[in-house]
Write a protein that binds this ligand. Structure first.
Ligand code: ZN
Ligand code: ZN
Length: 265
């Protein structure tokens, strides 16, 4: 089996002391590839540096909605330059988060639009983050989307209507460890059956969202635990882990423009 963690934050300072051990455990769990997702300038830089040094590790650059207030024209000029690195395979994460409101709504919307434009110009797949935007995310997205573009709504947390709209737009849907959590995962477990297999991705969003049962023992999530997400998803969808690993692997490679063979560089 070969599993792709389609979204993690290995650049997080929480891995500074033991990144090699984290990557070794991932490989022991058959997690053969991972996407390290940037959230601001420094994390995008660090994501590229980590990807540069490790086979099967890729990077994205982008400004998270939480950090939208730090957006400037200069910042995006620099990020556009960084996106030319051969290990950069996506733009994001970008989107809207009206749940925590770490950045004002106007800044979130302005830089979300800008990043949709830049990703389109660079012809990069998009990694989207949406939480509690009450339709605004879809509204803005529809104005900048076309059927040639690729993207994923990571850590899907919307309702059935939003899910249907995302699938209509051709988007992939990222499933995290929330699926494994007893009460918090209830809605998600009820909905994952409606997603066609060809649009499913698995992810950890590590260091956040540690799945059950690992969360009883470890506070920090890590790519190895995406195996638990895959197992739970297979159980809920009444599929085998092997076939689900193969299809989500192929989906992730299609999204990020990678060869489906062993990613080695
Ligand atoms: Zn996110
Ligand atoms: Zn994330």
């Amino acid at each position: 089996m070969k599993i792709f963690d389609s979204h993690c934050h290995l650049d997080d300072a929480g891995y500074d002391g033991d990144l090699d051990a984290v990557l070794l455990r991932a490989h022991q769990a058959e997690v053969a590839a991972m996407m390290v997702v940037g959230i601001d300038l420094n994390s995008s830089r660090k994501a590229i540096a980590i990807a540069e040094g490790h086979d099967g590790v890729y990077a994205s650059v982008g400004l998270h909605p939480h950090d939208a207030q730090s957006g400037t024209d200069d910042l995006f000029q620099e990020m556009t330059r960084m996106a030319g690195h051969p290990k950069v395979k996506a733009w994001g994460e970008t989107g809207l988060d009206f749940n925590r409101m770490h950045s004002p709504r106007a800044a979130q919307e302005r830089w979300f639009v800008r990043q949709l434009e830049i990703g389109g110009q660079l012809n990069l797949p998009m990694i989207f983050h949406e939480r509690d935007s009450q339709g605004r995310f879809l509204n803005i997205l529809k104005g900048h989307w076309n059927s040639n573009r690729l993207g994923v709504v990571h850590c899907f947390s919307g309702d059935a209507a939003e899910l249907a709209a995302y699938l209509d737009l051709g988007l992939y849907i990222g499933i995290t460890g929330i699926l494994t959590v007893q009460s918090r995962g209830q809605n998600l477990r009820a909905m994952v059956g409606r997603i066609q297999a060809e649009r499913l991705l698995v992810e950890t969003d590590a260091p956040y969202l540690t799945p059950t049962p690992e969360r009883n023992k470890y506070r920090r999530n890590e790519p190895a635990f995406v195996r638990t997400v895959l197992m739970k998803l297979a159980e809920v969808r009444q599929s085998t882990p092997e076939s689900l690993a193969a299809v989500t692997w192929a989906n992730t490679c299609r999204l990020y423009g990678l060869p489906t063979g062993d990613p080695a560089s």
